[in-house]
Design a protein around this ligand. Structure first.
Ligand SMILES: NC(=O)C1=CN([C@@H]2O[C@H](COP(=O)(O)OP(=O)(O)OC[C@H]3O[C@@H](n4cnc5c(N)ncnc54)[C@H](O)[C@@H]3O)[C@@H](O)[C@H]2O)C=CC1
Ligand SMILES: O=C(O)[C@@H]1CCC=N1
Length: 273
C-alpha cells in the first residue's frame, strides 16, 4: 500500500524515526511528504535525507495553504506542550483531513476540539520504527473510518508491530513501549560496561551485549515460551547464571523496571492535565 500525501508537523526525533522508516520501507514516497517545523535546520535535515519532500515554516500561510491543504493525512509530532500552538496555527484547516497525533499524554478530547472534528487518532510509536522494528499502539475518535484504520495500520505496520488499544490503555503503552527503548539502551550500555569491567575490549563487550538482547527477544517471540521458562533453561544448578540472577534480585531489578513503566505511565497521565 502507498500512502497519500502526508504532512508531518514537528520533524524531530520521533518523526524522523516513524516517517523516515515509512519512506525507507517504501509505503510513503518522499515526494508525497511535507514537513512543517519551526527551525530551518529541521527543514535542511529532511531535504538532505529525503530529497523530494517539501519543507514549510510553522505558522506561515504557505504551511496551511499548500502543505496542509494538499495533504490527506496530517501527523502532529511536536512536544505535548506545543500541541495547543499547532492546533491554533492550523485552526480551520484540518477539516476533511485524517489527523494523527503521536504526542504523549494529549487526549483525543483536546485533539478533536482543536481539529474541529473527530477524524482523529492518537498513536504511541517508538524510535526503533527507524529500523523497521517499531512497536506502536493507537486509538481513534468517532469519525475515523475503516479505511482510515487501514491507513494507520499500514503506516505503523510498515515499520514494526502495531496494536489497537483503548485510549485508557495508552498511558500504559507509553510506559512499556513508547519509553521502553530507552530502558533497553540503558541495559545494553550497562551490560557492555560489565563486560569491560570483567576485562573485555569495549567493542567486543558492546557487540556481545547487543546480540544477547536481540537473541533473547527473538527467542521469546519465536518459541512462544514464557520468559521465566527460558530464563530457567540458562540457569545451571550451582552455576554462573543463578549467581547473577541472585544479584539482580537482591538489587531489585524487577521492581525497578516495573516502577519505571509506572513512572512513565504516570507522567503520561500528568501530561493530559
Ligand atoms: N522521542 C520518542 O522516543 C517518542 C516521542 N513521542 C512523542 O513525539 C513527539 C515529538 O517528540 P520528539 O520527536 O522526541 O521531539 P523533538 O524535540 O525531537 O521534535 C519536535 C520537533 O517539533 C518542532 N517544533 C517545535 N515547535 C514547533 C511548532 N510550533 N510547529 C511545528 N514544529 C515545531 C521542533 O523544531 C522539533 O523538530 C512528542 O509529543 C513525544 O511525546 C512519542 C513516542 C516516542
Ligand atoms: O519521553 C517522552 O516523553 C516521549 C514519549 C515516549 C517516549 N518519549
Amino acid at each position: 500500500m502507498k500512502l497519500p500525501h502526508l504532512t508531518v508537523i514537528g520533524g524531530g526525533q520521533m518523526a524522523r524515526a516513524l516517517v523516515g522508516g515509512m519512506i525507507d520501507q517504501s509505503v510513503l514516497d518522499a515526494e508525497k511528504l511535507s514537513v512543517i517545523a519551526n527551525s530551518e535546520s529541521t527543514g535542511q535535515w529532511w531535504q538532505e535525507n529525503y530529497p523530494g519532500c517539501e519543507f514549510y515554516t510553522a505558522g506561515s500561510s504557505e504551511a496551511t495553504d499548500k502543505a496542509i491543504a494538499g495533504s490527506e493525512i496530517i501527523m502532529l509530532a511536536v512536544k505535548p506542550h506545543i500541541i495547543p500552538t499547532v492546533l491554533a496555527d492550523t485552526q480551520g484547516h484540518l477539516m476533511g483531513k485524517l489527523v494523527i497525533s503521536v504526542a504523549a499524554g494529549v487526549p483525543l478530547a483536546k485533539l478533536t476540539e482543536g481539529a474541529g472534528h473527530k477524524r482523529v487518532a492518537r498513536v504511541m510509536p517508538n524510535t526503533p520504527s527507524l529500523v523497521g522494528e517499531g512497536a506502536s499502539a493507537y486509538c481513534s475518535a468517532d469519525e475515523v473510518t475503516a479505511a482510515d484504520v487501514e491507513s494507520i495500520e499500514a503506516m505503523l505496520g510498515s515499520v514494526g508491530y502495531v496494536a489497537p488499544v483503548t485510549e485508557g490503555q495508552l498511558d500504559a503503552v507509553t510506559g512499556v513501549s513508547g519509553s521502553g527503548p530507552a530502558y533497553v539502551f540503558l541495559i545494553i550500555e550497562a551490560l557492555a560496561d560489565g563486560g569491560v569491567a570483567a576485562g573485555l575490549p569495549r567493542k567486543t563487550a558492546l557487540d556481545l551485549a547487543i546480540q544477547t538482547v536481540r537473541g533473547a527477544a527473538t527467542m521469546v517471540r519465536d518459541t512462544g515460551e514464557h520468559p521465566g521458562v527460558l530464563k530457567d533453561k540458562v540457569c545451571s544448578p550451582g552455576g554462573t547464571t543463578i549467581a547473577a540472577i541472585r544479584s539482580l534480585e537482591q538489587n531489585a531489578v524487577r521492581g525497578a523496571l516495573i516502577d519505571a513503566v509506572a513512572a512513565s505511565a504516570g507522567r503520561s497521565r500528568e501530561l493530559a492535565q
